[in-house]
Write a protein that binds this ligand. Structure first.
Ligand SMILES: NC(=O)c1ccc[n+]([C@@H]2O[C@H](COP(=O)([O-])OP(=O)(O)OC[C@H]3O[C@@H](n4cnc5c(N)ncnc54)[C@H](OP(=O)(O)O)[C@@H]3O)[C@@H](O)[C@H]2O)c1
Length: 344
């Protein structure tokens, strides 16, 4: 990409929960934007997106949307990315894609700036942004891996509804209002509310994110496995995941159990993570201090707490990792990748 003072930036999916956050992050980080171009579907015709105190009209995405665009942040799902990312790249833009469309393509770098920033330079027009639950985990695991080599990872996620987009957020709101209107009696009945998640999410926990594959794992669980291996450059790393949707609006939480080759004390892990980029250790169990989804809401860091030894295995450790899925899990990571590109 040619170095410029300012760049024309398109956001594909600008009216979605990630797209709206992208506009905010670009503004908050003072990214050198010349022209800001919000793109979405025909459903958004007539709508506008706020950017730098201006209401910018949304344009409908089509094959000609990318004339003069330097950076295209995609966040409209894999089908749209499959079709339009190559069109945008051909028109001269560098695409940073939030969907799963390109993440495992060997020609496409999958980048978390705190972990493998050097990979961004190898792009051929498209860079993939990893899955939200993967990003926060690798940011916390990389410094431990560098210090003591991780041998195995077991992760259970507690993922917010915004991770499934604006309609899932709406589902939780409507179900909660419906149940509250009955004074929380008969809380197991929201049949009339539109469901985009596989079951009622209000007052419930659903062990099903994305579709099931033939091996009975969900696609989300396999994303955690495969993307972590690619980003950490450890193609054989033993890792297993259980991904669960919880009735939380924003921020994913993860219980992560690891085994390392070399022994690290809890104190050493705390020191490593305290000095790691993008990580904040929040860990004072005797005072009831640990990362919470509500505290991470709107923040940029990956919060780590409940750091403790797992004495059931040799060199075992347990961690509780929380981060805002719309910020570090999506929009912030994408904008940080764009920052890497313009610094080169
Ligand atoms: N949510 C997260 O935490 C998260 C994290 C990482 C990655 N992602 C990925 O980011 C993408 C978007 O997620 P989201 O959560 O922001 O979803 P969302 O809230 O449902 O928003 C979807 C966006 O895509 C647009 N869109 C849908 N169909 C379109 C079409 N045919 N042409 C143009 N635009 C179209 C929508 O526009 P309209 O408003 O016009 O329909 C909307 O702007 C997905 O690929 C998702 O996997 C999400």
């Amino acid at each position: 990409m040619i170095r410029k003072e300012k760049y024309n930036v398109a956001v594909v999916g600008a009216t979605g929960v990630v797209g709206i956050e992208m506009a905010k992050v670009l503004e908050q980080r003072n990214f050198p934007v010349d022209k800001f171009l919000p793109l979405a579907s025909e459903r958004s015709e007539g709508k506008a997106v706020s950017f730098r105190n201006e209401e910018i009209p949304v344009s409908v995405l089509d094959e000609n949307s990318f004339e003069g665009v330097d950076i295209a942040l995609f966040s409209a799902g894999a089908t749209i990315s499959k079709k339009f990312a190559p069109i945008a790249a051909k028109a001269g833009a560098v695409v940073i894609d939030n969907s799963s469309a390109w993440r495992m393509d060997t020609e496409v770098p999958l980048v978390v700036p705190e972990v493998n920033p050097e990979e961004a330079a190898n792009h051929k027009g498209i860079i993939a942004n990893p899955n939200c639950s993967t990003i926060q985990m690798v940011v916390a695991l990389k410094p431990i891996h560098d210090a003591a080599k991780i041998k195995r990872v077991v992760v259970s996620t507690y993922q917010s509804v915004s991770g499934w987009g604006k309609e899932a957020v709406e589902q939780l709101i409507e179900e909660t209002k419906d149940i509250a209107s009955r004074d929380c009696k008969n809380y197991n009945n929201t049949k009339d509310i539109k469901k985009v998640l596989p079951a009622q999410i209000a007052f419930n926990v659903i062990p099903h994110i994305d579709v099931f594959e033939n091996n009975d794992y969900t696609k989300e669980e396999l994303k955690c496995v495969n993307e972590t291996r690619k980003i950490m450059k450890e193609p054989e790393l033993p890792i297993t995941a259980t991904c669960v949707r919880v009735p939380v609006f924003r921020c994913h939480s993860e219980a992560v159990n690891i085994q390392t080759e070399n022994k690290l004390s809890v104190q050493e892990v705390k020191e490593l993570l305290s000095n790691a980029p993008g990580v904040k250790v929040v860990d004072n169990p005797s005072s009831g201090v640990y990362p919470l989804a509500l505290d991470a809401d709107g923040k940029d860091e990956v919060f780590v707490g409940r750091i403790r030894e797992d004495k059931s295995i040799e060199n075992g450790l347990n961690l509780w990792i929380v981060s805002d899925n719309l910020r570090k899990g999506a929009a912030l990571n994408a904008v940080q990748i764009a920052e890497l590109l313009i610094k080169r």
